[in-house]
Design a protein around this ligand. Structure first.
Ligand SMILES: CCCCCCCCCC/C=C\CC(=O)SCCNC(=O)CCNC(=O)[C@H](O)C(C)(C)COP(=O)(O)OP(=O)(O)OC[C@H]1O[C@@H](n2cnc3c(N)ncnc32)[C@H](O)[C@@H]1OP(=O)(O)O
Length: 302
């Protein structure tokens, strides 16, 4: 247990400060207790948390319509919800799923990375790092119930889970498609992918910006199960029961043993990683690529 405790990411101060700041921007973080489960069911504007099974599993539903893009406000609310669950001894596992139809998450919010100032880019990237570290090192069992499209940052989020269940639908594609946008997946995105599907498969997937349909995602090991859309959550809860049958302390220490070195690589160079991101994303050529990509997304509709 000691290792698991030591492993906790030393960013609480940042998260709290960020939460207060963003909370103030939102009016205040609202945690509406409701229903028969009292304080165990809570919600912010963009994240719903509901009891999953036997009071020890929570279901976190991402609710940032239309596509659950990972905006700064969303990240802040998600991190606060996750921390509440981590601190509540009753919870041992969390299923992460989407409340938006056909999309698990569209990944990082492109509007946070386009046309802003360096200070904003730095604040945003810190929050993205925090999301990854918190999820990747979580003591909870995390199961991603991926009920829709899951590109880039959405895929990263899913990759931090212990198990991934993908809905069998043509919309449910998953992968790190950064190169298609003319940007580069950071080393810790790459490491997370390599840890999941291996070096060669990652090299191909990253360079080509592949978005895998369900059968291929399963074959390459990007997801663990593919099930019909209406069975994603029930499958997630049933897989969760299996994982919760393992004593927490042994499972947590094993998870830490598997993931610590990867997380430490970022922890040791967080500030440099932020500076890299800010200078990369501020380049005219990168801003141009993002602009073109955003325009393409808009044109898709018309
Ligand atoms: C040298 C090394 C240094 C390292 C430096 C690091 C570099 C940066 C690394 C960044 C890392 C990660 C990148 C990301 O995560 S970028 C995001 C990538 N995401 C995508 O490519 C997905 C884009 N979206 C879609 O493909 C589709 O929207 C969808 C998810 C398949 C859903 O399709 P849909 O038909 O249901 O919805 P659609 O009409 O397309 O979209 C509805 C509105 O939402 C807007 N939107 C979509 N995605 C995003 C997004 N990611 N961010 C912000 N906004 C998004 C879309 O524009 C529509 O808006 P509107 O209604 O037209 O106004």
């Amino acid at each position: 247990m000691a290792l698991a405790v030591r492993m906790r990411v030393p960013c609480r101060a940042l998260l709290c400060a960020g939460a207060q700041l963003r909370g103030a921007a939102l009016g205040r973080p609202e945690w509406a207790a409701g229903g028969g489960d009292g304080a165990r069911r809570f919600a912010s504007l963009r994240v719903l948390v509901e009891p999953g099974a036997e009071g020890r599993v929570a279901v976190m539903k991402l609710k940032n319509p239309p596509v659950n893009s990972l905006s700064l406000d969303f990240l802040t609310e998600f991190l606060i919800s996750l921390e509440k669950l981590e601190n509540d001894k009753a919870f041992r596992g969390v299923v992460i799923t989407s409340d938006c139809p056909n999309v698990f998450s569209a990944g990082l919010d492109l509007r946070e990375m386009y046309g802003r100032n360096p200070g904003h880019y730095a604040e945003y990237w810190k929050a993205v790092q925090e999301l990854w570290l918190r999820l990747y090192l979580s003591n909870l069992v995390l199961v991603a119930a991926i009920n829709g499209s899951c590109p880039a940052g959405g895929c990263l989020m899913a990759l931090t889970s212990d198990v991934r269940i993908l809905s069998d639908s043509p919309k449910s594609v998953i992968g790190l498609n950064e190169t298609l946008l003319g940007i580069v997946a950071p080393f810790w995105f790459k490491d997370t992918l390599v840890n999941t599907i291996g070096h060669r498969a990652s090299e191909r997937a990253l360079q080509l910006g592949l978005l895998f349909p369900p059968a291929e995602a399963l074959q390459v090991g990007l997801v663990d199960h593919v099930v019909p859309e209406d069975q994603v959550q029930s499958m997630a809860l049933s897989v969760m029961a299996h994982w919760l049958a393992i004593p927490d302390h042994a499972r947590q220490l094993t998870k830490a043993m598997m993931r610590k070195a990867t997380a430490d690589r970022l922890i040791k160079q967080r500030e440099a990683d932020i500076q890299n991101f800010v200078s990369f994303i501020s380049r005219d050529s990168i801003q141009k690529s993002l602009q073109i990509y955003l325009e393409k997304l808009k044109q898709k509709k018309g």
